[in-house]
Ligand binder design. Structure first.
Ligand SMILES: Cc1cc2nc3c(=O)[nH]c(=O)nc-3n(C[C@H](O)[C@H](O)[C@H](O)COP(=O)(O)OP(=O)(O)OC[C@H]3O[C@@H](n4cnc5c(N)ncnc54)[C@H](O)[C@@H]3O)c2cc1C
Length: 414
Protein backbone atom coordinates (compact mmCIF):
# COMPACT_ATOMS: atom_id res chain seq x y z
CA UNK A 1 0.00 0.00 0.00
CA UNK A 2 1.32 3.45 -0.86
CA UNK A 3 1.42 5.90 2.04
CA UNK A 4 -0.87 8.91 1.58
CA UNK A 5 0.40 12.39 2.45
CA UNK A 6 -1.27 15.78 2.23
CA UNK A 7 1.79 17.08 0.39
CA UNK A 8 4.82 15.30 -1.05
CA UNK A 9 7.90 17.39 -1.83
CA UNK A 10 10.48 16.04 -4.27
CA UNK A 11 13.99 17.44 -3.77
CA UNK A 12 15.57 18.45 -0.47
CA UNK A 13 17.62 21.41 -1.66
CA UNK A 14 16.88 24.89 -0.31
CA UNK A 15 13.54 25.10 -2.17
CA UNK A 16 12.29 21.67 -1.06
CA UNK A 17 13.42 22.05 2.57
CA UNK A 18 11.69 25.44 2.81
CA UNK A 19 8.51 24.04 1.23
CA UNK A 20 8.41 20.99 3.52
CA UNK A 21 8.99 23.12 6.64
CA UNK A 22 6.18 25.48 5.69
CA UNK A 23 3.75 22.61 5.00
CA UNK A 24 4.57 20.99 8.37
CA UNK A 25 4.20 24.35 10.14
CA UNK A 26 0.68 24.53 8.74
CA UNK A 27 -0.08 21.16 10.33
CA UNK A 28 -0.34 19.09 7.17
CA UNK A 29 1.26 15.68 6.73
CA UNK A 30 4.29 16.03 4.49
CA UNK A 31 6.96 13.78 2.95
CA UNK A 32 10.28 15.16 1.71
CA UNK A 33 11.94 12.81 -0.77
CA UNK A 34 15.50 13.19 -2.04
CA UNK A 35 17.98 10.98 -3.81
CA UNK A 36 20.87 12.25 -1.66
CA UNK A 37 22.11 11.03 1.72
CA UNK A 38 20.73 14.04 3.61
CA UNK A 39 18.92 17.32 2.93
CA UNK A 40 20.90 20.27 1.57
CA UNK A 41 20.73 19.96 -2.23
CA UNK A 42 23.61 21.05 -4.40
CA UNK A 43 24.79 24.15 -2.59
CA UNK A 44 24.57 22.69 0.93
CA UNK A 45 25.78 19.17 0.17
CA UNK A 46 27.70 18.00 3.23
CA UNK A 47 28.98 15.03 5.19
CA UNK A 48 27.17 13.65 8.24
CA UNK A 49 27.29 16.13 11.12
CA UNK A 50 29.01 18.84 9.06
CA UNK A 51 26.10 20.93 7.83
CA UNK A 52 27.30 24.37 6.71
CA UNK A 53 26.19 27.20 9.01
CA UNK A 54 23.99 28.67 6.27
CA UNK A 55 21.71 25.61 6.22
CA UNK A 56 22.05 24.82 9.94
CA UNK A 57 19.02 26.89 10.85
CA UNK A 58 16.90 25.13 8.22
CA UNK A 59 18.15 21.72 9.38
CA UNK A 60 17.16 22.54 12.94
CA UNK A 61 13.72 23.72 11.75
CA UNK A 62 13.30 20.52 9.72
CA UNK A 63 14.30 18.37 12.70
CA UNK A 64 11.85 20.18 15.02
CA UNK A 65 8.93 19.68 12.65
CA UNK A 66 7.03 16.56 11.76
CA UNK A 67 8.35 15.93 8.26
CA UNK A 68 8.84 12.40 6.90
CA UNK A 69 12.28 12.75 5.31
CA UNK A 70 12.98 9.95 2.85
CA UNK A 71 16.64 9.85 1.76
CA UNK A 72 18.45 7.98 -0.99
CA UNK A 73 15.25 7.72 -2.98
CA UNK A 74 15.20 8.87 -6.58
CA UNK A 75 11.66 9.44 -7.85
CA UNK A 76 11.55 8.02 -11.36
CA UNK A 77 7.88 8.51 -12.16
CA UNK A 78 5.07 10.86 -11.20
CA UNK A 79 1.46 10.51 -12.25
CA UNK A 80 -2.09 11.45 -11.31
CA UNK A 81 -4.44 8.60 -10.40
CA UNK A 82 -7.92 8.76 -8.87
CA UNK A 83 -7.57 12.44 -7.95
CA UNK A 84 -4.29 11.89 -6.12
CA UNK A 85 -0.68 12.11 -7.18
CA UNK A 86 1.62 9.11 -7.13
CA UNK A 87 5.37 9.27 -6.84
CA UNK A 88 7.27 6.12 -7.69
CA UNK A 89 10.79 5.30 -6.66
CA UNK A 90 12.83 2.13 -6.25
CA UNK A 91 11.86 1.45 -2.66
CA UNK A 92 8.66 3.41 -2.09
CA UNK A 93 5.45 4.46 -3.72
CA UNK A 94 3.95 7.60 -2.19
CA UNK A 95 0.53 9.12 -2.67
CA UNK A 96 -0.22 12.75 -2.01
CA UNK A 97 -3.04 15.21 -2.52
CA UNK A 98 -0.61 17.94 -3.61
CA UNK A 99 2.93 17.83 -4.91
CA UNK A 100 5.80 20.29 -4.71
CA UNK A 101 8.54 19.63 -7.26
CA UNK A 102 11.84 21.16 -6.10
CA UNK A 103 14.17 19.08 -8.21
CA UNK A 104 16.82 21.74 -8.88
CA UNK A 105 19.07 21.78 -11.92
CA UNK A 106 21.99 19.84 -13.32
CA UNK A 107 25.02 21.01 -15.23
CA UNK A 108 25.33 21.41 -18.99
CA UNK A 109 28.27 19.30 -20.16
CA UNK A 110 29.57 20.04 -23.65
CA UNK A 111 31.74 17.34 -25.18
CA UNK A 112 35.35 18.17 -26.06
CA UNK A 113 38.29 15.93 -26.94
CA UNK A 114 39.33 13.99 -23.84
CA UNK A 115 36.28 14.88 -21.70
CA UNK A 116 35.62 11.20 -20.94
CA UNK A 117 39.08 10.61 -19.43
CA UNK A 118 39.08 9.51 -15.77
CA UNK A 119 39.47 12.53 -13.43
CA UNK A 120 37.67 14.90 -15.80
CA UNK A 121 34.43 15.72 -13.97
CA UNK A 122 31.69 18.26 -14.24
CA UNK A 123 32.59 21.31 -12.13
CA UNK A 124 29.76 20.72 -9.64
CA UNK A 125 30.44 16.97 -9.69
CA UNK A 126 34.05 17.56 -8.66
CA UNK A 127 32.87 19.95 -5.94
CA UNK A 128 30.37 17.32 -4.72
CA UNK A 129 33.12 14.68 -4.53
CA UNK A 130 35.35 17.03 -2.53
CA UNK A 131 32.44 17.85 -0.18
CA UNK A 132 31.98 14.10 0.25
CA UNK A 133 35.63 13.51 1.14
CA UNK A 134 37.68 13.21 -2.10
CA UNK A 135 41.27 14.06 -1.17
CA UNK A 136 42.66 16.85 -3.37
CA UNK A 137 45.20 18.50 -1.03
CA UNK A 138 48.32 19.52 -2.96
CA UNK A 139 46.86 18.31 -6.28
CA UNK A 140 46.82 20.63 -9.31
CA UNK A 141 43.32 21.22 -10.72
CA UNK A 142 41.78 23.22 -13.56
CA UNK A 143 38.19 24.43 -13.56
CA UNK A 144 36.58 25.40 -16.85
CA UNK A 145 33.42 26.11 -18.78
CA UNK A 146 31.12 28.99 -17.99
CA UNK A 147 28.89 30.57 -15.41
CA UNK A 148 28.87 31.79 -11.81
CA UNK A 149 29.13 28.18 -10.54
CA UNK A 150 32.82 28.01 -11.51
CA UNK A 151 33.67 30.46 -8.70
CA UNK A 152 32.30 28.53 -5.67
CA UNK A 153 33.64 25.30 -7.17
CA UNK A 154 37.17 26.72 -7.48
CA UNK A 155 36.89 28.20 -3.97
CA UNK A 156 35.77 24.84 -2.50
CA UNK A 157 38.75 23.11 -4.12
CA UNK A 158 41.20 25.77 -2.95
CA UNK A 159 39.85 25.53 0.61
CA UNK A 160 40.32 21.76 0.46
CA UNK A 161 44.02 22.38 -0.30
CA UNK A 162 44.01 21.81 -4.07
CA UNK A 163 46.31 23.94 -6.24
CA UNK A 164 43.83 25.74 -8.49
CA UNK A 165 46.03 26.37 -11.53
CA UNK A 166 43.46 28.01 -13.76
CA UNK A 167 39.76 28.89 -13.87
CA UNK A 168 38.73 29.20 -17.55
CA UNK A 169 35.60 31.25 -18.28
CA UNK A 170 34.59 31.20 -21.95
CA UNK A 171 32.64 34.50 -21.82
CA UNK A 172 34.37 37.69 -22.86
CA UNK A 173 35.37 40.22 -20.20
CA UNK A 174 33.19 42.84 -21.94
CA UNK A 175 30.18 40.55 -21.71
CA UNK A 176 30.71 39.97 -17.99
CA UNK A 177 31.17 43.72 -17.47
CA UNK A 178 27.62 44.27 -18.72
CA UNK A 179 26.36 42.58 -15.54
CA UNK A 180 28.28 44.97 -13.28
CA UNK A 181 25.42 47.47 -12.78
CA UNK A 182 23.18 44.56 -11.72
CA UNK A 183 25.88 43.18 -9.41
CA UNK A 184 26.41 46.65 -7.93
CA UNK A 185 22.76 46.60 -6.87
CA UNK A 186 23.32 43.21 -5.18
CA UNK A 187 26.28 43.97 -2.88
CA UNK A 188 25.97 40.59 -1.16
CA UNK A 189 26.42 38.75 -4.48
CA UNK A 190 29.36 40.96 -5.37
CA UNK A 191 31.00 40.31 -2.00
CA UNK A 192 30.37 36.59 -2.44
CA UNK A 193 32.01 36.58 -5.89
CA UNK A 194 35.03 38.51 -4.60
CA UNK A 195 35.43 36.18 -1.61
CA UNK A 196 35.37 33.14 -3.92
CA UNK A 197 38.01 34.74 -6.15
CA UNK A 198 40.13 35.60 -3.10
CA UNK A 199 40.01 31.92 -2.05
CA UNK A 200 41.66 30.65 -5.25
CA UNK A 201 43.51 33.79 -6.38
CA UNK A 202 41.91 36.31 -8.79
CA UNK A 203 44.82 36.04 -11.25
CA UNK A 204 43.86 32.41 -11.94
CA UNK A 205 40.50 33.50 -13.40
CA UNK A 206 40.76 33.97 -17.16
CA UNK A 207 37.95 35.17 -19.41
CA UNK A 208 37.72 34.27 -23.14
CA UNK A 209 39.46 31.03 -22.19
CA UNK A 210 38.32 27.43 -22.49
CA UNK A 211 39.71 23.93 -22.33
CA UNK A 212 39.98 22.67 -25.88
CA UNK A 213 41.41 19.26 -25.01
CA UNK A 214 42.06 17.02 -22.03
CA UNK A 215 45.16 14.87 -22.36
CA UNK A 216 46.17 11.62 -20.69
CA UNK A 217 46.44 7.88 -21.28
CA UNK A 218 44.53 6.09 -18.53
CA UNK A 219 43.71 9.29 -16.57
CA UNK A 220 43.92 13.04 -16.92
CA UNK A 221 47.45 14.46 -17.09
CA UNK A 222 46.96 17.95 -18.55
CA UNK A 223 44.55 20.23 -20.33
CA UNK A 224 45.21 22.43 -23.35
CA UNK A 225 43.46 25.79 -23.59
CA UNK A 226 42.28 27.68 -26.68
CA UNK A 227 45.52 29.70 -26.55
CA UNK A 228 47.47 26.39 -26.84
CA UNK A 229 48.64 26.65 -23.22
CA UNK A 230 49.24 23.24 -21.66
CA UNK A 231 48.46 23.02 -17.95
CA UNK A 232 49.40 19.88 -16.04
CA UNK A 233 46.67 18.79 -13.64
CA UNK A 234 45.32 15.77 -11.77
CA UNK A 235 41.67 16.85 -11.87
CA UNK A 236 39.52 19.03 -14.12
CA UNK A 237 35.96 20.20 -13.49
CA UNK A 238 34.14 21.51 -16.56
CA UNK A 239 30.55 22.65 -17.09
CA UNK A 240 28.77 25.30 -19.13
CA UNK A 241 25.78 26.42 -17.09
CA UNK A 242 22.69 24.77 -15.65
CA UNK A 243 19.81 22.77 -17.13
CA UNK A 244 16.59 22.68 -15.07
CA UNK A 245 15.38 19.24 -13.92
CA UNK A 246 11.85 19.39 -15.35
CA UNK A 247 11.30 15.71 -16.18
CA UNK A 248 8.82 14.95 -13.36
CA UNK A 249 6.91 18.15 -14.13
CA UNK A 250 6.66 17.15 -17.79
CA UNK A 251 5.50 13.64 -16.85
CA UNK A 252 2.69 15.29 -14.86
CA UNK A 253 1.73 17.45 -17.85
CA UNK A 254 3.04 20.83 -16.64
CA UNK A 255 3.56 23.42 -19.33
CA UNK A 256 7.10 24.63 -20.04
CA UNK A 257 8.29 27.88 -21.53
CA UNK A 258 11.89 28.30 -22.72
CA UNK A 259 12.68 25.05 -20.93
CA UNK A 260 11.34 26.16 -17.51
CA UNK A 261 8.09 25.18 -15.80
CA UNK A 262 5.42 27.88 -16.04
CA UNK A 263 4.12 28.81 -12.59
CA UNK A 264 1.81 31.45 -11.19
CA UNK A 265 2.75 33.71 -8.32
CA UNK A 266 1.89 30.98 -5.82
CA UNK A 267 4.28 28.63 -7.61
CA UNK A 268 1.41 26.53 -8.96
CA UNK A 269 2.08 25.01 -12.37
CA UNK A 270 -0.50 24.72 -15.12
CA UNK A 271 -1.56 21.42 -13.52
CA UNK A 272 -3.68 22.20 -10.45
CA UNK A 273 -2.14 20.72 -7.32
CA UNK A 274 1.39 20.57 -8.75
CA UNK A 275 3.61 23.32 -7.34
CA UNK A 276 7.17 23.93 -8.50
CA UNK A 277 9.89 25.82 -6.65
CA UNK A 278 13.55 26.63 -7.23
CA UNK A 279 15.62 26.00 -10.34
CA UNK A 280 12.99 24.07 -12.44
CA UNK A 281 11.08 27.33 -12.83
CA UNK A 282 14.08 29.62 -13.29
CA UNK A 283 17.75 29.83 -12.34
CA UNK A 284 17.53 32.35 -9.52
CA UNK A 285 20.06 31.27 -6.86
CA UNK A 286 19.64 30.06 -3.33
CA UNK A 287 17.64 33.03 -1.96
CA UNK A 288 15.10 32.73 -4.78
CA UNK A 289 14.85 28.97 -4.18
CA UNK A 290 14.18 29.40 -0.44
CA UNK A 291 11.55 32.09 -1.05
CA UNK A 292 9.77 30.10 -3.74
CA UNK A 293 9.83 27.02 -1.51
CA UNK A 294 8.04 28.88 1.28
CA UNK A 295 5.43 30.23 -1.11
CA UNK A 296 4.87 26.79 -2.68
CA UNK A 297 4.57 25.12 0.73
CA UNK A 298 2.07 27.69 1.85
CA UNK A 299 0.01 27.49 -1.33
CA UNK A 300 0.01 23.68 -1.32
CA UNK A 301 -1.78 23.77 2.05
CA UNK A 302 -4.57 25.93 0.77
CA UNK A 303 -7.22 25.00 -1.72
CA UNK A 304 -5.52 26.38 -4.79
CA UNK A 305 -7.11 24.87 -7.85
CA UNK A 306 -7.82 27.91 -9.97
CA UNK A 307 -6.59 27.24 -13.45
CA UNK A 308 -7.98 30.56 -14.67
CA UNK A 309 -5.77 32.28 -12.13
CA UNK A 310 -2.74 30.52 -13.58
CA UNK A 311 -3.75 31.72 -17.01
CA UNK A 312 -4.10 35.30 -15.78
CA UNK A 313 -0.85 35.28 -13.83
CA UNK A 314 1.22 33.68 -16.52
CA UNK A 315 1.70 36.88 -18.48
CA UNK A 316 3.49 38.78 -15.78
CA UNK A 317 5.19 35.96 -13.97
CA UNK A 318 7.34 34.98 -16.89
CA UNK A 319 10.84 33.89 -15.99
CA UNK A 320 13.59 36.08 -17.39
CA UNK A 321 17.20 35.09 -16.78
CA UNK A 322 18.93 37.64 -14.54
CA UNK A 323 21.41 39.89 -16.43
CA UNK A 324 24.24 38.02 -14.72
CA UNK A 325 23.30 34.77 -16.48
CA UNK A 326 22.83 36.49 -19.86
CA UNK A 327 26.47 37.59 -19.61
CA UNK A 328 27.55 33.96 -19.78
CA UNK A 329 25.88 33.22 -23.15
CA UNK A 330 27.80 30.45 -24.89
CA UNK A 331 30.16 31.36 -27.73
CA UNK A 332 30.04 29.35 -30.93
CA UNK A 333 33.64 28.21 -30.39
CA UNK A 334 32.74 26.12 -27.32
CA UNK A 335 29.84 24.56 -29.19
CA UNK A 336 32.31 23.40 -31.84
CA UNK A 337 34.92 21.79 -29.59
CA UNK A 338 33.88 18.18 -30.22
CA UNK A 339 35.67 16.52 -33.15
CA UNK A 340 34.23 13.83 -35.41
CA UNK A 341 35.68 11.10 -33.16
CA UNK A 342 34.67 12.72 -29.84
CA UNK A 343 32.24 10.63 -27.81
CA UNK A 344 29.03 12.63 -27.34
CA UNK A 345 26.77 10.05 -25.67
CA UNK A 346 29.02 8.34 -23.17
CA UNK A 347 26.40 5.83 -21.98
CA UNK A 348 26.09 4.33 -25.47
CA UNK A 349 29.54 5.32 -26.77
CA UNK A 350 28.26 7.35 -29.73
CA UNK A 351 30.70 9.67 -31.48
CA UNK A 352 29.88 13.00 -33.10
CA UNK A 353 30.47 11.68 -36.65
CA UNK A 354 27.41 9.38 -36.25
CA UNK A 355 24.98 12.29 -36.05
CA UNK A 356 23.28 13.99 -38.98
CA UNK A 357 22.49 17.65 -38.26
CA UNK A 358 19.29 17.27 -40.29
CA UNK A 359 17.85 14.74 -37.82
CA UNK A 360 15.44 15.43 -34.98
CA UNK A 361 16.34 14.27 -31.48
CA UNK A 362 14.02 11.28 -31.99
CA UNK A 363 15.69 10.29 -35.28
CA UNK A 364 19.12 10.59 -33.66
CA UNK A 365 17.97 8.36 -30.83
CA UNK A 366 16.59 5.70 -33.15
CA UNK A 367 19.62 5.73 -35.46
CA UNK A 368 22.40 5.83 -32.87
CA UNK A 369 20.95 4.81 -29.45
CA UNK A 370 22.18 8.16 -28.08
CA UNK A 371 20.25 8.97 -24.87
CA UNK A 372 19.02 5.37 -24.44
CA UNK A 373 21.58 4.52 -21.74
CA UNK A 374 21.40 4.84 -17.96
CA UNK A 375 21.32 8.66 -17.95
CA UNK A 376 18.33 8.58 -20.35
CA UNK A 377 19.63 11.63 -22.21
CA UNK A 378 20.02 13.81 -19.13
CA UNK A 379 23.64 14.53 -20.15
CA UNK A 380 23.85 14.11 -23.93
CA UNK A 381 20.32 15.47 -24.59
CA UNK A 382 21.06 19.10 -23.63
CA UNK A 383 24.52 18.83 -25.26
CA UNK A 384 23.06 17.62 -28.56
CA UNK A 385 20.48 20.37 -28.35
CA UNK A 386 23.23 22.97 -27.86
CA UNK A 387 25.63 21.72 -30.51
CA UNK A 388 23.27 20.31 -33.17
CA UNK A 389 20.02 22.12 -32.32
CA UNK A 390 18.05 18.88 -31.93
CA UNK A 391 15.51 20.30 -29.49
CA UNK A 392 14.20 18.32 -26.57
CA UNK A 393 12.75 14.87 -27.13
CA UNK A 394 9.64 13.89 -25.20
CA UNK A 395 10.14 12.84 -21.58
CA UNK A 396 9.31 9.30 -20.55
CA UNK A 397 9.47 7.35 -17.35
CA UNK A 398 11.94 6.55 -15.81
CA UNK A 399 13.13 10.07 -15.05
CA UNK A 400 16.01 8.48 -13.11
CA UNK A 401 17.71 5.10 -13.60
CA UNK A 402 15.50 2.38 -12.12
CA UNK A 403 15.31 -1.41 -11.98
CA UNK A 404 12.68 -3.10 -14.13
CA UNK A 405 10.97 -4.43 -11.03
CA UNK A 406 10.39 -0.96 -9.63
CA UNK A 407 8.78 0.13 -12.90
CA UNK A 408 5.95 -2.37 -12.44
CA UNK A 409 2.87 -1.07 -10.74
CA UNK A 410 2.36 -2.91 -7.42
CA UNK A 411 -0.55 -5.06 -8.66
CA UNK A 412 1.71 -6.45 -11.40
CA UNK A 413 4.25 -7.73 -8.89
CA UNK A 414 4.12 -11.38 -7.99
C1 LIG B 1 26.12 20.67 -9.25
C2 LIG B 1 25.72 22.01 -8.69
C3 LIG B 1 26.50 22.61 -7.71
C4 LIG B 1 26.14 23.86 -7.18
N1 LIG B 1 26.95 24.46 -6.26
C5 LIG B 1 26.66 25.69 -5.83
C6 LIG B 1 27.52 26.37 -4.91
O1 LIG B 1 28.54 25.85 -4.49
N2 LIG B 1 27.19 27.64 -4.54
C7 LIG B 1 26.05 28.25 -5.01
O2 LIG B 1 25.79 29.40 -4.65
N3 LIG B 1 25.21 27.62 -5.84
C8 LIG B 1 25.50 26.38 -6.27
N4 LIG B 1 24.65 25.76 -7.17
C9 LIG B 1 23.40 26.45 -7.55
C10 LIG B 1 22.34 26.15 -6.46
O3 LIG B 1 22.05 24.79 -6.52
C11 LIG B 1 21.10 26.99 -6.64
O4 LIG B 1 21.42 28.34 -6.56
C12 LIG B 1 19.99 26.76 -5.59
O5 LIG B 1 20.52 26.53 -4.34
C13 LIG B 1 19.07 25.68 -6.05
O6 LIG B 1 18.22 25.23 -5.02
P1 LIG B 1 17.09 24.18 -5.37
O7 LIG B 1 16.44 23.79 -4.09
O8 LIG B 1 16.22 24.73 -6.46
O9 LIG B 1 17.84 22.94 -6.04
P2 LIG B 1 18.96 21.92 -5.53
O10 LIG B 1 19.79 22.46 -4.46
O11 LIG B 1 19.61 21.45 -6.78
O12 LIG B 1 18.10 20.73 -4.90
C14 LIG B 1 17.38 19.83 -5.69
C15 LIG B 1 17.37 18.48 -4.98
O13 LIG B 1 16.46 17.62 -5.66
C16 LIG B 1 17.03 16.32 -5.74
N5 LIG B 1 16.35 15.63 -6.84
C17 LIG B 1 16.28 16.01 -8.15
N6 LIG B 1 15.54 15.13 -8.85
C18 LIG B 1 15.12 14.19 -7.97
C19 LIG B 1 14.32 13.02 -8.10
N7 LIG B 1 13.78 12.66 -9.28
N8 LIG B 1 14.11 12.26 -7.00
C20 LIG B 1 14.64 12.62 -5.79
N9 LIG B 1 15.41 13.71 -5.61
C21 LIG B 1 15.63 14.49 -6.69
C22 LIG B 1 18.50 16.60 -5.96
O14 LIG B 1 19.29 15.49 -5.63
C23 LIG B 1 18.72 17.79 -5.02
O15 LIG B 1 19.08 17.36 -3.72
C24 LIG B 1 24.98 24.51 -7.67
C25 LIG B 1 24.19 23.89 -8.65
C26 LIG B 1 24.54 22.65 -9.15
C27 LIG B 1 23.69 22.01 -10.23
Amino acid sequence: MAEVFDVAVVGAGPAGVAAACRVAERGARVALVDEGFRPGGQIYRHREGRAPAAIGEWMARLARLKVDVIHRTAVHDALRLDGKFQLRAESVHLEARKIVLATGARELLLPFPGWTLPNVFSAGGLQALVKSGLEVAGKPVVIGGSGPLLLPVAATLAKAGAKVELVCEQARRASLARALPWLARSPRKLAEALSYQAAFGPSRYRTSTWISEAIGTDRLEAVVTNSARRVSCDFAGVSFGLVPNVELAVLLGCELRDGFVVVDRRQQSTVPGVFVAGEPCGIAGVDGALGQGLVAGDAACRDVTVTADVEAARGWYEYKPPPLLRSFALRHEVLELARADTVVCRCEDVRLSRFDPEWSAREAKLATRASMGPCQGRICGPALDAILGYGADCVRCPAKPATFESLLIPEDRK
